[in-house]
Design a protein around this ligand. Structure first.
Ligand SMILES: Nc1ncnc2c1ncn2[C@@H]1O[C@H](COP(=O)(O)OP(=O)(O)OP(=O)(O)O)[C@@H](O)[C@H]1O
Ligand SMILES: [Mg+2]
Length: 500
């Protein structure tokens, strides 16, 4: 098969960072091509050059063997290259249909938008995708997974020849992932080339034809997916052999630190009761929409509670606001780093110290050096890829942003930390670093609640597992080696109530 799209010798520099160093990528017509590498390897940067968001410093791009110039997103569109970005890119206050046809609304006559035509065309695309979304809904009323499907519908409405997907499955449920994969295969059979970026390597094995692997802004190798395996891919990505994927430890389990009793908050948090002890990790499993995040938000005071109590170290605490939760010793690492976890326009250092300013408080004026030392220590421990602690958070790669969010809470004196999808978007090597940090927390007596959609992670790291379905806990199980993915899924899809 002829190479259809070629990026040759691409170099891109940012102040203090050589993000891409002579990188090449060739993609065939009608193939699903994975672009893989650790956090900060340069995947998103390479794709931003292809989609016209960034200008390259050196290199060339060929389409069908002919050189092309891509200086703007407009140029990319003219070549039928479309992108679904890692961070969603929709206008919240507009309808789904308006977002799908942004800038290209069907018209009636020279000036009038053909609203009826637009809504019905948009609805057809959504229905074809098999998703239950109204074209007339406002985007701000949709959940993350549905927003992702709107992005997909948008790129389908353009007759894409090249479709770039940067971490498309992160917010999706297994059913939606299946829909997405069906759509990808359908597009491939129509001759569309898809560039697929993901840290979920099992999915890469399932849906991709070839894989280009990058490390530190350089090419490492190109593999035929059918002729390789996970271990080989990981070896190329991280440049070394990884030990255990889940470094589970078993420190002494102590007294109950967090007790939640009959908590009710809105439609998705119904009569939730559980406890977590010092030194323990309670995993919370469930499908997207089961109410896991909402439960954490209610406990942390981000959403109002209707009834129920929260106690820390045996004392009931009144939490009306996140500040009350922080004072009570509860920390929350949110799943939505762009919305809540991170201030993109502030430097890495301030992002890390933000939640814990109280702790530095008085000392801050006297000892700015103290803050810097702590921050540098974290950048080092978590291996956050940044030229300096003063770099703005928005300039970090997606996975490194997630590490900053994490670092922020690890610095606090929290007794209980709620983690919501702590390793989402984080590469295989860095995941182990995150688990090790969680381990050092439980070793020091912290109680951890870990919400995750990745069942291997839940089963690999939790001491007990609570499963949620439609706002309720359908079972709490000891993770004693007999708990299986099948059993968790059974309860996550509404199996009978059960407590062990
Ligand atoms: N606008 C920018 N300004 C400065 N540095 C940047 C900018 N965009 C990216 N970088 C840097 O370029 C490098 C490559 O980042 P990139 O986002 O391409 O990584 P990635 O492979 O997509 O990682 P991830 O898996 O975490 O999403 C990183 O060191 C990042 O900090
Ligand atoms: Mg990226």
């Amino acid at each position: 098969m002829a190479e259809f799209l070629e990026m040759r010798g691409i170099t891109k520099r940012f102040p203090g960072v050589l993000a891409l160093d002579n990188v090449s990528l060739s993609v065939r017509k009608g193939e699903v091509h994975a672009l893989l590498g650790e956090n900060g390897a340069g995947k998103s940067t390479l794709m931003k050059i292809l989609s016209g968001a960034y200008r390259m410093d050196e290199g060339e791009i060929l389409f069908d063997g002919k050189p092309v110039e891509i200086h703007s997103s407009h140029d990319a569109q003219a070549l039928n290259i479309s992108t679904i970005y890692q961070e969603l890119n929709l206008t919240e206050q507009l309808t789904v249909a308006e977002n799908i046809f942004m800038g290209r609304q069907p018209t009636k006559g020279p000036f009038m938008v053909d609203w009826k035509g637009m809504f019905s065309k948009a609805q057809t695309i959504l229905d074809d995708l098999g998703v239950d979304i109204s074209a007339q809904a406002l985007v701000r009323d949709l959940g993350v997974a549905h927003k992702q499907m709107v992005e997909l519908a948008k790129s389908l409405s353009i007759n894409s020849r090249v479709l770039i997907m940067d971490e498309p499955t992160a917010p999706l449920t297994s059913r939606e992932i299946k829909t997405l994969f069906d759509t990808i295969r359908m597009l491939r059979s129509r001759g569309v080339s898809i560039i697929y970026i993901s840290h979920r390597l099992e999915e890469v094995m399932e849906v991709c034809d070839r894989a280009t692997i990058m490390r530190d802004g350089r090419n490492v190798t190109v593999l035929n997916v059918a002729e390789t395996n996970l271990d080989e891919i990981i070896r190329y990505m991280v440049g070394r052999e990884l030990k255990e994927k889940f470094p589970k430890i078993h420190p002494d389990i102590g007294e109950t630190r967090l007790q939640v009793d009959k908590l009710n908050a809105g439609k998705q948090v119904k009569n939730i009761s559980f406890s977590v002890r010092s030194g323990e990790i309670l995993g919370i499993a469930g499908l997207v929409g089961a109410g896991r995040t909402e439960t954490a938000r209610a406990i942390f005071g981000m959403d109002p509670k209707e009834s129920g109590t929260v106690s820390v170290d045996g004392k009931e605490v009144s939490i009306q606001h996140p500040l009350d939760a922080i004072r009570a010793g509860i920390g929350f690492v949110t799943e939505d780093r762009k919305g809540e976890g991170l201030v993109l326009t502030m430097p890495v250092s301030q992002n890390i110290t933000l939640a814990t300013l109280e702790k530095f408080g008085a000392a801050l004026r006297l000892d700015l050096g103290g803050e810097k030392a702590v921050v540098l220590d974290f950048i080092d421990k978590l291996d956050i890829k940044t030229p300096s602690h003063l770099q703005l958070a928005r300039n970090l790669s997606g996975g490194n942003q997630q590490k900053v969010v994490l670092a922020k809470w690890l610095l606090s004196d929290a007794k209980v930390i709620l983690f919501d999808e702590p390793t989402r978007g984080i590469d295989v090597g860095a995941k182990i670093e995150v688990y090790n940090i969680i381990n050092s927390l439980i070793r020091s007596g912290v109680a951890v609640v870990m919400i995750s959609s990745e069942l291997p992670e839940i089963l690999g790291m939790s001491d007990r597992v609570a499963v949620m379905h439609q706002g309720e806990i359908t079972g709490i199980f000891d993770n004693d080696g007999t708990l299986t993915q099948e059993k968790v899924l059974y309860y996550a899809t509404g199996g009978k109530k059960h407590t062990a």
